[in-house]
Structure formats: C-alpha cells, structure tokens
Design a protein around this ligand. Structure first.
Ligand SMILES: [Zn+2]
Length: 407
C-alpha cells in the first residue's frame, strides 16, 4: 500500500474523531494503528474500508444512506490528502477569552485539521489578531489554497455581525470596537464572516448535535461566562443590530453579585465557571471544611470550577452544595427562557457542562418546582453533544450556507 511520505497523521486523527462523533461506525482508536478491530454493528465492507483508513490509506471514509435503510461506505481521497480535490473547505475559528481554535472543515463537517492557542487578550487586540491571522494561514496551508472558500469566526458578544465588529465583550475586557472582519479581509482575499459564538454553537447543535430533529431550541454555554443562542422554527434568532440572546445577562437576583458586564445579579455572575470558583473560594475563606483545600494545595487562587466539580463527584459536601447552588441559579434563568420561547429542548454546553448531572439535575428540579404546569414536562434539558466543536461546526455550516454550498 502506498502511503505518501508527508501523510498528515494529525489530519487523519481529527477526521476519525469527527466520524466517531457523528456516530458513523468506524474502526480504529483515537489514533490509527495496525490491527485495530471493527466496532460492533459495522458492515463487512465498512469494516474493511475503516481498517484500510486506520492502517494509513490516504483517504476518507464516507457513508451515504441508500433506499431501504441500507448504507454505502466508500473511500474518497485526493492528491493533497484532505478529501476530494474539488471539495470546498472553510477555515473556521472559535475565538474565546481564554483560547482560540482554528479548524479546516469540509462540507460533510469533517474537521480535517485543528489547532488551539491561548488568546492572551490582555496583550491587546492587535497582537492577538496577528496571531489569529498566522494560525489561519497555517491551517489553510494544510490544503490546496484554492479549495478554501472562506473564513468564518465565531466569537464572544456583544458584536455586530453585519460589520463583523467585536464591540465590548466581557471575556475580552480590553477589546473595544475591533473590526475583525476588515482585518481578516485585509489579510486574505476571501469572504469573511464574524458571528456570535453561542449563536453558532446553537446552530451546530441544531444541525449536527443534541438539537437534531427539534425546530425550537435554546443553547446555553456555561464556561468562564454564560452565553446563549436561540433557534426558533428552524431559524437562528437575530437581533436588529447587535447579536440577540445574550442569555447570560438575565437578572435572576436583584441583590445578586456584580457581573463582568457591569450589571448586577445576572445569571453569569451566579452560575458560570467563574461564579462557581468564587462561591467555593468565599466559603473556604470563611473557614468551612472541605477536601477542596487539599486539592488546591491551600492556595485558594487555584480553586476552579473544574476542581469544584471533581470534588463534588468525589462526594465533598461543600463542593456538591456549590454545584447545586450554581445549577439552581442556572435553572432560574432557564425557567424564564422556557416561558418566553417554549422550546423543545434546552441544550447546556461549555466546559462547566462536563459536570453533567451535578449541574443539569438542579436545573431540571427548578423547572419542576417553578415553571407553569404546561411547560414543566415539555422542555427537555440535555447536555451538548458536540462539546467544544459546536461553535466551529456551526460557523462552518453557516459559511457554507452563505456561499450556497450548504449540505
Ligand atoms: Zn452581566
């Protein structure tokens, strides 16, 4: 079997991962290796093709549905090793306050290359944008450049999508009115889109994740802050000028703590990862007993939402109570949202959602206690299926549709 000397193994790994995420039966583990076995339920032909890919065949395993419930598995390959030569690609980026990720995505939503970097917003917008441009250039160069049809960026709001201008996001505190779309267009002769990250994550989940099959959904990302996106009757809810659905800034307690945005008592200040860490730190500083003290080496500055979730999972009382309080606070916002939008499903994503039922359980309890009777059983609360790829896949799908190349 011929394997090109410069075969890009990380690209194959990403592709394998994506296919697994899309529940296409596949052989091999997270990294291709000899001797991998087919997964249960895979057809013989599919197994052979999957094994060929996992052994290093320079192609991509694809699956098409045929009539009668049958499926066809086949390989596609190209000279540059990242899919068929005429297959258009989008460079998609997800720019957050902590990190930004850049990916090369094809029309079947395979992630062909992916890299992650620290944003370092405190260095200022111009330095960060320079590094983003360099990452996009490197990612695009993984393919034939003529196949890249556009650059699509999902980033924190509030922003003005029509001008591609980042306005004043709390997660990028020193950034004010950054014309990201113009800066990227100056660097690349390609169409550029700059869209709200939670909107794009909502779109990603609607098309490819936990929202498939539902026409009305709310997506909430719970990480450093809280963002949101709303799909109504299959369409993304847009604002008149600034992006809509800044759902993290719903007031849930008029006497609550200050929010990063300058407001007070917003759900972001009472249920985000930052809030979870702060609530745990405050209780530890008051001298309450908890295993979190050992977990952070008695340095309260090292307490994070992830540490609290780990403590809660291990049975620590203080950590469990903090996670419960955060979930309850999030639930209060969700109760208002389901009364406003009557969604089929509420999807919780973002890093804190990895806490699973520790966060989602209290949300469901608050709905059962406080929502109007007819709303209680209708709104299902589920975890994001795409994890931190929801924004990347959503903004890539958005760009393909804008180009008239939607799949
Ligand atoms: Zn706020």
């Amino acid at each position: 079997m011929y394997i090109p000397p410069n075969w890009p193994w990380p690209i194959l790994r990403s592709s394998v991962w994506t296919m697994r995420a899309k529940r296409i039966s596949f052989t091999g583990g997270p990294f291709p290796r000899r001797g991998s076995r087919p997964l249960a339920g895979m057809s013989t032909a599919g197994s052979m093709l999957g094994t060929a890919v996992s052994w290093g065949w320079p192609g991509f395993l694809c699956k098409k549905k045929l009539s009668g419930g049958r499926s066809l598995c086949f390989l596609e390959s190209s000279q540059d090793g990242v899919g068929p030569m005429d297959d258009p690609l989008i460079v998609a980026a997800d720019l957050g306050g902590t990190s930004f990720r850049v990916a090369l995505v094809d029309r079947r939503m395979n992630i062909l290359a992916r890299s992650a970097h620290f944003t370092r917003p405190q260095e200022g917008a111009s330095r960060a944008v320079e590094r983003i441009i360099e990452s996009i250039r490197q990612t695009a160069s993984r393919s034939s450049l003529e196949r890249v049809k556009g650059i699509a960026v999902a980033t924190a709001g509030p922003l003005d999508p029509s001008r591609g201008m980042i306005l004043s996001p709390p997660s990028l505190p020193t950034w004010r009115h950054v014309p990201l779309k113009d800066l990227l267009r100056d660097a690349f002769p390609l169409p550029v889109w700059v869209e709200h990250d939670a909107d794009m994550a909502a779109l990603g989940e609607y098309r490819f994740g936990s929202g498939r099959g539902f026409d009305r959904l709310i997506y909430l990302t719970v990480s450093t802050g809280i963002g949101g996106g709303v799909i109504l009757d299959g369409k993304l809810l847009r604002g008149a000028k600034v992006s809509a659905a800044e759902l993290g800034h719903i007031v849930i307690d008029p006497n609550g703590p200050p929010c990063n945005c300058g407001g007070k008592g917003h759900v972001e200040a009472m249920a985000s990862g930052t809030a979870i860490a702060r609530m745990a730190r405050e209780r530890l500083a008051r001298g309450e007993r908890s295993s979190l003290r050992e977990r952070c080496g008695d340095d309260l500055g090292k307490v994070t939402a992830q540490l609290v979730a780990e403590g809660a999972r291990a049975g620590d009382t203080l950590a469990r109570e903090v996670m419960r309080e955060a979930g309850t606070n999030l639930g209060l916002a969700v109760v208002s949202l389901i009364h406003i939008f009557d969604p089929d499903v509420v999807i919780i994503g973002g890093g804190v959602s990895n806490a699973g039922e520790l966060l989602l359980g209290p949300v469901r309890e608050v709905i059962a206690e406080r929502a109007m009777e007819d709303f209680r059983d209708r709104a299902r609360v589920v975890q994001s299926a795409l994890g931190d790829n929801s924004g990347i896949l959503g903004v890539a799908a958005f760009a393909f549709e804008e180009l008239g190349l939607g799949c």
